[in-house]
Ligand binder design. Structure first.
Ligand SMILES: [Zn+2]
Length: 180
């Protein structure tokens, strides 16, 4: 599948490329890029495990890199592309950095802060910055990669427990074993 250069789909592909870097390190595969005047000025991928930093979400890293690239914390004229709907932390950071637009892949009904769970990007009177939000760009593909990751992670965890003899022989889960 080929996207038009410069289209939202085109830049989402760039964000997906970042997500693959996360995947290669065993991280939850989420990637982000910041675009200005049709050029990618910053990239980021989820590095929570790599950096042992719960704030090292793809968006946070891309936003910081974009500010550095521009020499300004105001990301005016910029669009943030991210493969999954931003969480409240990232949405808060987005509001502070003030990009014009946020484009994300798959929505996140559980923790999404761009309309999935709550919407910090549209309705935040005290913060006073409203981003144009576009959701669902290559959304199914982004979702597929995430689901695939969690599916494999579950299988792997199960396999490890099996090998360690931790899995109960009966299908009863955690049968009777009280936590310490
Ligand atoms: Zn986040």
């Amino acid at each position: 599948m080929m996207e038009m250069p410069g289209s939202d789909e085109w830049f989402m592909r760039q964000a997906m490329k970042e997500a693959r870097k996360a995947l290669a390190r065993g991280e939850v595969p989420i990637g982000a890029v910041v675009v200005r005047d049709g050029h990618v000025i910053a990239r980021g991928w989820n590095q929570v495990e790599t950096l042992k930093d719960a704030t090292a979400h793809a968006e946070m890293i891309a936003l910081t890199a974009a500010q550095e690239a521009l020499g300004d914390w105001r990301l005016e004229g910029c669009t943030l592309y991210v493969t999954k709907e931003p969480c409240p932390m990232c949405a808060g950071a987005i509001v502070h950095c003030r990009p014009d637009r946020v484009v994300f892949g798959c929505p996140d009904a559980k923790t999404g802060a761009a309309g999935g769970w709550i919407n910090l990007l549209d309705s935040n009177p005290p913060l006073n910055h409203r981003c144009e939000v576009q959701s669902g760009v290559l959304g199914e593909e982004c979702l597929y990669h995430l689901q695939q990751f969690f599916r494999e992670a579950r299988l792997l965890a199960r396999e490890k427990r099996k090998q360690a003899g931790e899995l109960p022989s009966s299908p009863q889960e955690d049968g009777g074993k009280a936590p310490e």
